[in-house]
Each structure stands twice: as structure tokens, then as C-alpha cells.
Design a protein around this ligand. Structure first.
Ligand code: AMP
Ligand code: ZN
Ligand code: FE
Ligand code: FE
Length: 299
């Protein structure tokens, strides 16, 4: 009785279709699957149909981009949102335009670094999806500028790398409010993965007070997000080592937050498989029960 609550498809920067994810989840023996693409709900209908055919439960998700004033990027997952909510639709539309603006800036930075990559080459990988760094990475690999996806991030695109450009996005607290207003259940994505420009002095660690695993800065952010309506943390993300996941579980427990476990599957763009980390059906029920009551949103 397990769910994978964070997977990507070709509707954003994954390499598998919504139908593929449903098939992979069923093959992995999962009870349910969330498709949580970056800044879009486009994959929901196809994923829901495919999950239905495989006899597994579909959880509609979205991974909304947010950022701190430092430019550091923060991702907030939202489950069971109303895909037609005006605020959500407007923010996803704005982010789509912002992603294109940012990708074009990345291309000019790459050009200044001597790597000539055309917009058409990137657009070929993005298709109709909001353009993301993994699409640029794929184009860089195809061009022969880097040997693989990881090298594209390490050398050019990763947070703080020479061609890195942040997106202009909502503050994390506002992303939480927006998801709740859309009837969704907001969960902080991959809290243990440091992102954004690396601070000159690493933040002091408070980790479960003594383990030193959880940065104080991240805990302060979580507290602000909880005040805005955050209900969960993706403490058991595939990139977290067990001690980090345990530390997040403790932070969550202290605050009455739900802890989810997910793969953050991206097809062959990442070394994880669907179902590598999971969330129990009981936790999924607890999450669902925390969905805000929003006028006009029908279950
Ligand atoms: P974007 O939304 O365009 O900023 O791209 C974010 C996505 O890039 C993440 O969801 C990951 O799939 C990928 N990503 C970010 N950092 C790295 C990295 N260091 N190595 C590989 N992929 C990364
Ligand atoms: Zn991604
Ligand atoms: Fe993410
Ligand atoms: Fe993700």
C-alpha cells in the first residue's frame, strides 16, 4: 500500500509520458502515483486515465517553483489542486513565460562562454512543456559540448554555475498560499537538497538539535511556510541519505507536519526509479484530509 508522490513526465522535464509513469508505477507494485510536473497540470488527464487502466490510484500533483529573495530556488508540491483555479492558472502561465525568458538568458551566457546553442535546439527537447534546465542540458549533450547531463549542470547550468540564471518566482510562503487557495495540499519538496547560490558561510546547523543535518536556515523557512499553510515535508526524498530523512522526520514531528517519501522520477534524466521512495496509503489519507475546503471546488 504505497504511493510515489513525486514524478515528472514529458509535460515538464521528464523523459517518460504520463502513461509510461502509470505503467511503471503499476509494474513496481504501487497502490498509487502522483504526477507532479514543474509548473503545469497538463499531464493529469492522461495520467489519470492510464492509472485507471492499471487499477492504481492517481494523485494530481504540481511542483510549483518559488524562490527566496536570495534567488535560491524552493519547490513546493501541491496535491489535489483545482487545475482551473484562476490564481494557479495565472501563475503557471507567468512561469511559462518566465522560463522562456530565463532560458534565452542562459543561451546568451553560454554564448559568452563560447558555447553556441540555438533556441530551436532547446525547444526541440522542451516541446510543449515549460522549458527547464534539463532541456538545455539535453541540447548541450546533443551538441557535444558536454559528455552527459550531470556535466551540463556541473559545468554550466547548476545553481551558481557560470550559465545559471534564477527564475523570478513567488516567495515560498506565497506559493503555499496560492496552492491552498486552489484547494491544494502544499508539501515542501526535497528539503534536504541544498539549492541556489552557495552562501559564503554555510548556515549553522541545528539538525534535530544535535545531529547537524538540518540547516537552521531551512528550518526557519519551514516555519514561515507552516504559518502560511504548509502541511507536509518531502523528508524521504530519493536524494536524501537515511540520516537526513530521519532528521527531517523529527523536524516534521515537532511541527505536526506530514512526511512524504517520493522518487522525484525524471525518466532517464535522473538515476532514480519510480517507487524507489514511497509514502504509505495512511499518510496519503492524512494528507488528503488536510485539503482546504475551498468554495466551488468539488471532490
Ligand atoms: P528548472 O526548473 O529549470 O530550474 O530545473 C530544475 C530541474 O533541474 C530539477 O527538477 C532537476 O530535474 C534538474 N536539476 C537541478 N539541479 C541539478 C543537478 N545539479 N544535476 C542534475 N539535474 C539537476
Ligand atoms: Zn525537474
Ligand atoms: Fe524539485
Ligand atoms: Fe521534481
Amino acid at each position: 500500500m504505497a504511493f510515489d508522490l513525486h514524478t515528472h513526465t514529458t509535460c515538464s522535464d521528464g523523459t517518460t509520458s504520463p502513461e509510461d509513469n502509470a505503467a511503471l508505477a503499476a509494474a513496481a507494485g504501487l497502490t498509487g502515483l502522483a504526477v507532479s510536473d514543474h509548473d503545469t497540470t497538463d499531464g493529469w488527464e492522461r495520467a489519470a486515465g492510464a492509472c485507471d487502466r492499471h487499477g492504481i490510484e492517481f494523485v494530481p500533483g504540481i511542483e510549483l517553483s518559488a524562490e527566496l529573495s536570495s534567488g535560491r530556488s524552493v519547490h513546493v508540491l501541491g496535491y489535489w489542486c483545482d487545475a482551473g483555479d484562476d490564481g494557479l492558472v495565472a501563475e503557471c502561465g507567468r512561469l511559462r513565460g518566465e522560463r522562456e525568458r530565463r532560458a534565452r538568458l542562459v543561451l546568451s551566457r553560454l554564448a559568452a562562454l563560447g558555447v553556441e546553442l540555438s533556441w530551436e535546439a532547446v525547444a526541440r527537447y522542451a516541446g510543449d512543456a515549460p522549458v527547464g534546465r534539463p532541456h538545455i542540458a539535453a541540447a548541450l549533450v546533443a551538441l557535444g559540448a558536454v559528455p552527459d547531463h550531470g556535466a551540463a549542470f556541473a559545468r554550466y547550468l547548476g545553481d551558481g554555475a557560470p550559465a545559471y540564471v534564477p527564475k523570478r518566482a513567488l516567495a515560498p510562503e506565497d506559493a503555499v498560499r496560492l496552492l491552498r487557495a486552489a484547494g491544494g495540499v502544499p508539501v515542501l519538496a526535497h528539503p534536504g537538497r541544498p539549492r541556489g547560490p552557495v552562501a559564503a558561510t554555510p548556515p549553522a546547523s541545528v539538525g534535530v538539535a544535535a545531529t547537524g543535518l538540518v540547516a537552521a536556515e531551512a528550518v526557519r523557512l519551514i516555519d514561515r511556510m507552516v504559518a502560511a499553510g504548509l502541511v507536509g515535508i518531502e523528508g524521504d526524498h530519493a536524494s536524501n541519505e537515511p540520516p537526513t530523512a530521519a532528521a527531517w522526520r523529527e523536524v516534521a514531528l515537532e511541527r505536526g507536519l506530514v512526511v512524504t517519501g517520493s522518487s522525484d522520477f525524471h525518466g532517464d534524466r535522473k538515476d532514480v526509479r519510480i517507487g524507489q521512495r514511497t509514502t504509505s496509503a495512511a499518510v496519503v489519507d492524512a494528507l488528503r484530509s488536510l485539503a482546504p475546503a475551498v468554495a466551488g471546488v468539488v471532490e
